[in-house]
Design a protein around this ligand. Structure first.
Ligand SMILES: Nc1nc2c(ncn2[C@@H]2O[C@H](COP(=O)(O)OP(=O)(O)O)[C@@H](O)[C@H]2O)c(=O)[nH]1
Ligand SMILES: [Mg+2]
Length: 381
């Protein structure tokens, strides 16, 4: 998995969202939850830890919840005309399109225009439309670079896939998109590149709308917004960041995705006022939505599952005795051998068989893995 990105216009809250998502006061295996480069960091999704099957807890999960790491990228702000290079839009779009899925952070408060400048009123639906437009036009531009060659002769699917391989859109996805649009290889087809771009995005680069700054509006405003943008989730990146900072500094108990927090250390009146704001936020909203949005993207829209490779099938340990040392996010449908390749190319090449450690059963190369599987891979020398 390459990771997920946050995109949107300037000032919608992308960096706040990214900072909150990549801040956690835990360090797991080789993944400190922190920023790798200014705009690249490690976030996580929650998973049920398989250590409940062991006599002793693994020590890496919190009450049975394991944080499964995943790369996140804070893509710089996109403005209208980005696909033509406005505001370095080309570069930013090309960075975003390397990723598996995108969270589009929309400013639901309506207090900033399409360029992120403060205004009294702005319709957030317009932002959903303009970002979609920029992303689609950028893909159209990519296909156009080769279009005369693609339309001539045979195998347009293969040629389009070639053109799009740089942004990791696979041949199967191109085929699915074209068939869905009524493409028929036996007939002469008319091509609507814009519709193709839209379909390709639908099948291979899901975009989830995060209606951010929901703390500044009421539920009704969100419901209104949602009538036009079906898959939107309400988020308050600012509240999530404050909560995670408070937790990492030891002032409060809070677990990401939670619906409350508990004060555990004395604080200044200013800090207290900040928490009062969040307390009233929780009266209207179930949670900040940040963790839920990430998990909806990873588990639902991208269809990922979390699997745990180990070396000892009874103890769930690696060769040094670390319990459940690693966890990988892989696509649904990944096989035992596929996992072996993800752990190490060598392990894939020398794969003999695997063991489903929860049941103790031997499984073959083509066995499809399930979420939460603990897998031992046996390989030759
Ligand atoms: N009230 C509120 N403000 C937010 C929220 N998220 C971000 N902001 C504020 O919006 C401004 C722009 O945020 P930033 O993350 O820098 O936006 P970016 O340009 O999209 O990266 C900052 O003042 C943030 O504190 C939110 O959920 N609620
Ligand atoms: Mg920013």
């Amino acid at each position: 998995m390459q990771g997920i990105g946050v995109i949107g216009k300037p000032n919608s809250g992308k960096s706040t969202f990214f900072a909150s998502a990549t801040l956690a006061d835990v360090e797991i295996a080789s993944y400190p939850f922190t920023t790798i480069e200014p705009n690249v960091g490690i976030g996580f999704v929650r998973g049920r830890c398989p250590c409940s099957l062991l006599e002793e807890p693994c020590g890496k999960c919190v009450d049975g919840t394991r944080m499964v790491p995943m790369k996140m990228v804070d893509v710089a702000g996109l403005v209208p005309g980005a696909h033509e290079g406005r505001g370095l839009g080309n570069e930013f779009l090309s960075e975003a399109m390397q990723l598996d899925g995108l969270l589009h952070i929309v400013d639901l408060s309506g207090k900033s225009d399409e360029e992120g400048r403060a205004v009294p009123q702005h319709d957030p639906n317009q932002d959903v439309a303009f970002i979609k437009n920029e992303v689609e036009e950028w893909i159209v531009g990519l296909m156009l670079r080769d279009w005369s060659r693609i339309r001539k002769g045979s195998d347009p699917i293969e040629k389009i896939s070639d053109r799009l391989s740089g942004i990791r859109i696979e041949q199967g996805e191109v085929k699915k998109a074209l068939l869905d649009l009524g493409y028929d290889e036996k007939k002469s087809n008319t091509w609507d590149l814009r519709k193709m771009a839209s379909k390709l995005l639908e099948f291979s680069k899901p975009i989830l709308i995060c209606a951010n700054k929901c703390d500044l509006v009421g539920r009704k405003d969100f419901e209104n917004f949602k009538t036009k943008v079906k898959n939107a989730m309400p988020t308050s990146a600012m509240c999530e960041l404050a909560l995670r900072r408070g937790a990492s500094l030891g002032y409060i108990d809070y677990s990401p995705g939670g619906s409350s927090f508990k004060v555990i250390r004395e604080m200044t009146p200013k800090q207290r006022a900040g928490l009062d704001y969040i307390e009233s936020f929780f009266e209207t909203w179930i949670n900040t939505g940040v963790q839920d949005a990430i998990e909806k993207m990873v588990y639902e829209l991208l269809g990922m599952i979390a699997v745990y490779p180990v070396e000892n099938e009874n103890e769930f340990t690696d060769k040094d005795g670390n319990v459940l040392p690693d966890v990988f996010l892989v696509e649904k449908g990944t096989t035992a051998k596929g996992l072996a390749y993800k752990v190490h190319t060598d392990l894939g090449e020398k794969f003999i068989r695997a063991i489903d450690c929860k049941t103790g059963r031997v499984i073959g190369a083509d066995h499809e893995l399930k979420d939460g599987d603990v897998i031992k891979i046996a390989a030759g020398r």
